[in-house]
Design a protein around this ligand. Structure first.
Ligand SMILES: Cc1nc(C(=O)O)sc1CCOP(=O)(O)O
Ligand SMILES: C=C1C=NC(C(F)(F)F)=NC1=N
Ligand SMILES: [Mg+2]
Length: 537
């Protein structure tokens, strides 16, 4: 008798005979998949007559038995009973869960499709005797599910459903993500999806077309298996972030920036472009401003290329998305500056969509933007300058840590005191058990250099911190320390701002002095002379 508590949900194949490639059969695809690491199978045949369905089910059941993998039947409780399958998966419009449990008895597996928080409440209300696992989806757009009523929820949407499961104590219930899952997004989903308390992540992922439509189903399964077993997302740091506070470490990083002269690809607003280019040049880097989509792949594969994506730009969403994909594919870091994050609903949609589309090394914003990203923003944001200087530092620290945690990045909240939080989790993820920490436990530092009022009076001052961050993380090999690179950039930029504010005659000459200061700091490379100080928080 199968032990329900021992089921491995990590790689869940859901079948579909309508997409088989020439020469393949349902049985051949399932067999190849079982031989290459699939741990659970669901027979989901929406258009098959019952007689054929049962014939297929018996064949698939035999294959599953040989590999000691449970077989779940989608929707057809009668067929599941007829062949004594290991369980049933039902959707929201199928037979009610209580009836399914009554028919199947306590030892069979029952799976339920869940896409909304109210469905999680229903699940929790039923208690642990009913639903054993839920399929959370759809995560990304998919052609496989006909007339899908749900819209893609993205990794953030899945994390919110895990939050709802934690909040309602549905901790017995296992979870798999489903919908548009493929090798180019699975490690990102497993890396990003986590409940905010850090206690639970997906138990596995479910795929249909990646295997069923594949001409090499075994290879497809093997590839998915290795991605899941890697337990890491591919480009973030593996170093202890404290090391980056030693002067010699800072000097080494600046030396490598000068040597590597990274390509800093700006997709940014018109106001920032000129100043950003000059800041990049002052930092020994080579700026390029391009919204020409056909060149993104080439640019992202140039040595040390780094993308600065500032959504004050007017480029269409698809252009921004293809830039994010290009740099994620090339395993090169992206600095994301969600300008005016929720100032208008258009910007909010655009920024939220970008956050679902890719992985960012660093997300930088002012207090208003960071508070919005952390869902802590009270009231509407004003324009891009909304500084919320009134928010006391502990609130800003909490918000910055939440953003770092949710998006698994280094989050920077700029202001009189800058906050830098490290949510990278060393690029690691666990199945089922969540993250090694919750937001409040993330390493974070503040950077201050006294008050620099003139900094807020020039435009693109915040944007050009984005450029500085891109320069300093572009210069290091990303296996080193993204958090350290970001912290170094914030230290340099705030110090340069302070120096410039002492020398300038007003906001006009401030910009020139700021660039002078960065230029000199790079040349002298003596962190002991920098004004800005950092402390952990
Ligand atoms: C069967 C199914 N259920 C979904 C849900 O959102 O509940 S999405 C889906 C189809 C997933 O197919 P593919 O892996 O080919 O994208
Ligand atoms: C509609 C579905 C949603 N989720 C799942 C699974 F991933 F297996 F849980 N299977 C389905 N058939
Ligand atoms: Mg900004």
């Amino acid at each position: 008798m199968m032990d329900k508590s021992k089921v491995d949900y990590s790689l869940y194949l859901v079948t579909d005979s309508t997409m088989l490639p020439p020469g393949a059969t349902l049985v051949s695809q399932v067999n190849s998949a079982l031989e290459n690491g699939v741990t659970l199978v669901q027979l989901r045949e929406k258009e098959t007559d019952t007689k054929t369905f049962i014939e297929e089910a018996l064949k698939v059941q035999e294959l599953c038995r040989q590999h000691n993998v449970p077989l779940i039947i989608n929707d057809r409780v009668d067929v599941a009973l007829a062949i004594d399958a290991d369980g049933v998966h039902v959707g929201q419009d199928d037979m009610p869960i209580a009836m399914v449990r009554k028919l199947l008895g306590p030892d069979k597996i029952i799976g339920w499709s869940v896409g909304y928080e109210h469905e999680v409440q229903e699940l929790a209300a039923m208690g642990p005797q009913y639903v054993d696992y839920v399929g959370l989806g759809m995560i990304f757009p998919t052609e496989t599910k006909k007339n899908a009523k749900k819209s893609p929820m993205g990794p953030r949407g899945v994390s919110k459903l895990l939050d709802a499961m934690q909040a309602s104590n549905a901790t017995w219930c296992r979870t798999v993500g489903i919908g548009g899952l493929h090798p180019n997004n699975i490690s990102r989903v497993l890396y990003q999806v986590c409940s905010e308390d850090g206690k639970r992540s997906l138990d596995g992922i479910a795929v249909v077309s990646d295997i069923m439509a594949s001409t090499e189903a075994g290879e497809a399964a093997k590839r998915l298996r290795s991605i899941i077993d890697a337990r890491s997302y591919y480009f973030v740091d593996g170093m202890d972030s404290e090391i980056c506070l030693f002067s010699w470490w800072l000097q080494e990083r600046i030396k490598s920036t000068k040597q590597n002269s990274p390509l800093i690809h700006h997709i940014t607003n018109k106001v920032h472009q000129n100043f950003g280019a000059n800041v990049a040049l002052a930092l020994g880097c080579s700026p390029i401003m391009s919204e020409v989509e056909p060149e993104f792949t080439e640019l992202s594969n140039m040595p040390h290329a780094t993308l600065l994506l500032n959504t004050g730009s007017v480029a269409p969403l698809e252009t921004l998305v293809s830039a994010v994909r290009a740099y994620n594919e090339a395993k090169r870091p992206i600095v994301f500056d969600p300008v005016g994050f929720s100032a208008t609903s258009v910007r909010l949609q655009l920024n939220r969509h970008l956050l679902e589309e890719g992985q960012f090394a660093c997300i930088k914003g002012n207090a208003g933007e960071i508070l919005s990203l952390a869902d802590m923003n009270v009231g509407k944001m004003r324009g891009v300058d909304s500084g919320h200087t009134g928010s006391d530092i502990s609130i800003l620290v909490a918000a910055t840590k939440i953003v770092a945690f949710r998006y698994r990045c280094v989050a920077v909240c700029t202001g009189q005191v800058d906050v830098v939080a490290n949510g990278l989790n060393f690029g690691q993820f666990n199945l089922s058990t969540g993250s090694d920490s919750n937001p409040s436990q993330l390493p974070a530092r503040i950077v201050e250099a006294g008050n620099i009022p003139v900094m807020g009076k020039i435009t693109a001052s915040g944007c050009s911190l984005g450029t500085t961050i891109a320069c300093l993380i572009g210069g290091i090999t990303v296996e080193e320390d993204i958090f350290g690179g970001v912290l170094l950039a914030v230290l340099m930029y705030k110090s340069a701002g302070y120096t410039a504010s002492l020398k300038c005659k007003g906001s006009g000459s401030f910009q020139a002095h700021l660039i002078d200061a960065l230029d000199n700091m790079l040349t002298e490379n003596d962190p002991s002379t920098w004004f800005a100080k950092t402390s952990s928080i």
